[in-house]
Design a protein around this ligand. Sequence first.
Ligand code: PLP
Length: 418
Amino acid sequence: MVCVQYMILSPGIDRNENFAKLAGGYLFPEIGRRRNAYLEENPEMADRIISLGIGDTTMPIPPHILNGLVEGAKRLGTQEGYIGYGPEQGQAALREKIASVLYNDLIDPSEVYVSDGAKCDIMRVQQMFGPKVISAVQDPSYPVYVDTSVMMGQTGNQDPETMQYDNIVYMKCGPENGFFPDYANLPRADVVYLCSPNNPTGAAATKEQLTGIVKLCKERGSILVFDAAYAPFIRSKDVPKSIFEIEGAKDCAIEVNSFSKYAGFTGVRLGWTVVPAGLKYSDGSLVRDDFNRVMTTAFNGASCIVQAGGLACLDEEGQKEISELIDYYLENAKVLRDTFEELGYPVHGGVDAPYIFVELDGSSWDAFNMILEKAQVVTIPGAGFGPGGEGFLRLSAFAPRASILEACERLKVTMKKD
Ligand SMILES: *Cc1c(COP(=O)(O)O)cnc(C)c1O
């Protein structure tokens, strides 16, 4: 009898209409779906598949950093070392080290909010801003900015022709503008998302470019959300690693960041967000008070084990290990670059970033399918990152060297121009 009652009660909740607006699916699962569909039809190819698609790291966590994680876990098994809930904003020692080692004390430790990753923080930033803001995104861009804007209800529907959502400002980024948005000539947005070094284009913004957009955001009263998840990949001079290297940024910018892509922490989960102490809303209230509220209400602080790993990342030995991992991935990027350049394709990125962005002669999904079928290499079609990515292909350098070399040999055949 009780069962019958539950069955009657279960349906009848309307779906959140914002979720119904989301396109097909999140991009990376869609890539996986196509790869699996190909393998279902061609099971003999399973051993041949090389993934240069989703930007997931493949090299193991280096020993000193790993030891930080292990020791962090071990302390929990001792009476003296055991800790329960920690500060929701992160442990003081880690916030201090992030401020000093990664920002040369340009920011105060109290402005650092340690988290379980940059993607999660982007959603938290969105929850804080709410449904009424207008967001601007680079086109193409990392899909999370658009998808979280849609989930929050900031947008209208996606136009089936332009593939753009109503009420989002798309800032075209292509070779014509050095992959940097021309925000001055676009409608004003409340929140501007900017990623440098960029995923997917691999472009790293210069000091001059960032100075320009900070000035514009201040003039137009926009908050700049700067995604610096790839900052340590920057090896060129005069390319800022943080938006806070730019004068005036503390009046308009928030920075989201992550250990994922260079410490091998994609599965470990550790990131942080910097919210400047003086950053204010139009009514004079402090942005950081609201961000703190999100962190304390809906997050309870990053794992203490993982924060111990983060501390190990930031001491001298950890920094050295990270630098070596980045060297390895950047050398992969160079091999990929050289391959496509030799084939005669214009190649972007791959210098201060682990991604290369190849200019194709035709459609990006066609190239993706062709390369999967003929070379068994998984890439990502630029169009998956927004309409502005059509005609480009993103390749990730986060693979073992042997896979990169093998993939390049196959691509030299498959991608040969007539
Ligand atoms: C991978 C990636 C992230 C996600 O980082 P996590 O800390 O693993 O959540 C954020 N931003 C960009 C641009 C990324 O490519």
